[in-house]
Design a protein around this ligand. Sequence first.
Ligand code: NAD
Length: 482
Amino acid sequence: MAKNRIAPTHEGVHEDVNGHNNGVVTDAVATATPTVTPIPAPIIASAIMPITDPHFPPGDVTPTDQSHRESAYAVAQAQLDIVADFMELDDDLRLFLRTPQRELIVHFPVQMDDGHMRMFTGFRVHHNMAKGPTKGGLRYHPDVTLDECRALAMWMSWKCALMNLPYGGAKGGVIVDPKTLSLRELEKMTRRYTTEISPFIGPERDIPAPDVGTNAQIMAWIMDTYSMHRGYSIPAVVTGKPIAIGGSVGREYATGLGVTYVTRSLLKQRSGRTLDDASVAVQGFGNVGSWTARTMHERGARIVGVSDQYGGIYNSKGLDLRHLLRYMVDSGTVTGFPGADAINNQELLELDVDLLVPAALEGQITKENAGRVRAKVIAEGANGPTTPEADQILNDKGVTIIPDILCNAGGVVVSYFEWVQSLQSFFWDEGEVRRAMEKKLLDNLDAVISVTVRRKCDLRTAAYAIAIERIVEAVKLRGFYP
Ligand code: NAD
C-alpha cells in the first residue's frame, strides 16, 4: 500500500454520507461553525498509462511505451478547431489560442531517504494571460508530459473564461508516482520543484492548485517554500491549501459538489427529473469522484458503480457509500469491497446507468468505446475525458454530455474565492462560499443552455464559444504587443 499517507483537510462537510442529516453539504446553507468529522482521504493516483516523452530525464525511471495514448494536446486543439470553425474565428486568433504562451521544463535532484539522489522532471505551462494571471492545477503522476500540461492549461483558459474569472489557464506537473515516496521525500520534492518554478508563479502571475496526486498538504509546502524565499507569508500564491493557513472553507469538496449542482440543474431543465433514484457510475474515486458520489447520494442518487486505478465495483441496488469510504481508508482502493461485484474500468464506463461521471484522467471515452456507453447523461468530472470522435458518436446517440469546463468548474470557482480571501485576509463562511459557487455555476449553465438553443449546438460547443468569445474580446482590447 501507499508508503506515504497525507492527512486530508476535509473542512466543513460534516454529513452522514448515507443522507442522515448531520449538516449535509446542502445547497447554499450557511453553517457558521462547521464541525469536522474525519472522512477518508482520497487515495493518490498512480500509473495507468506508460510514457514516452522527449523531455523524459536521463534519470532512474524508465519510460515505457505510450504510443497507444492519444495526445491530449491534439485533442484540445481539435476541440478548439471545431469551435473556431463554428464561430468563424479569425485565423490569426485561432493560431494564437492554439499555442501556449509560456512553457517551463525543470529537471531537479532530490536526495532520497536512503541517501541516494534521484532526478525528477517537472513542467509548468501558461496558456493564455489576456484576462489575468494564470490558474491551474499541479499533477503528480508517472504519465505527466508537456503535451498533457499544454492541453490541461488550454482547458483551464476556457474554464476560467466560461466562469468569468479574471484568470488565464495554466497547468503543471511532476513525473512521479507519489505513492512510492515517503512523506519526507514528497515534501523535499515539492519544495525543490517549487523553487525551480518560482520565477513562473505568484499571486499576480500564476496560482497553482491541487489536481491528480496532489492535495492541501502539498499546497501548504508550496506556499511555505515560496514565502520563505521572499521572507514573508504569501498565501495567495496557491489555492486548495489548508484552512489554517488561509485556505477557504468549501474548497476541498467544491469540484464534486459543483458537478452535482450543475448536473442536477441540467437534468431538471432537460427532462424535469431530479437526482432522486438516478443510477450513477463514477470512474475515479479520488477528490472529485468521491465528493461527486457523496453529494449526489445525499440528494437521492443511487451510486451503483465506482472505480479507481485498480478496478471497479458494482451493485445494482446502490453501494453503501459510508462503508465504502471507511473501507478505502484501510485498503487504499475500492476493489474488494464486500457486497459488490468486481468489474473493470471498461465495464464501469459501459454500465446501463442514468448518469456516468468520468472523474479520473483524460482520454477515457474514445471512438473505441463510445458506441458501447449506455449512460443517458455524461457529467465530466475529469478534464478532457471524452475525445472529439467520441463526442460525435455520443451526440449521434442522443447522449447529453455536460462538458468539463462547465461541469467541474466548481473547483476553480472556489479557488478564485480563496485567492480573493487570501489577498484581502478577510474570510467568508461556508454558506457564503456555497451560495456564491452555486450562483456562478448555474448562471453560466443558463448562459450555455441559451446558446445551445439560439445557435443550435451541443453543450460543449456552446460552452467553448462563450469562453473563447470572452478571451477574444480581452485579446482584442489589449491588442498584440508591441
Ligand atoms: P485524485 O488524485 O484525487 O483522484 C484520481 C482518481 O482517479 C483516483 O481514485 C485514481 O485511483 C483514479 N484513477 C486513476 N487512473 C484511473 C483509471 N485509469 N481508471 C479509473 N480510475 C483511475 O484526482 P482528482 O483531483 O480527483 O482529479 C480527477 C480528475 O478531475 C482529473 O482529470 C482532474 O484534472 C480533474 N479535476 C480536478 C479538480 C480538483 O479540484 N481536484 C478540479 C477540476 C477537475
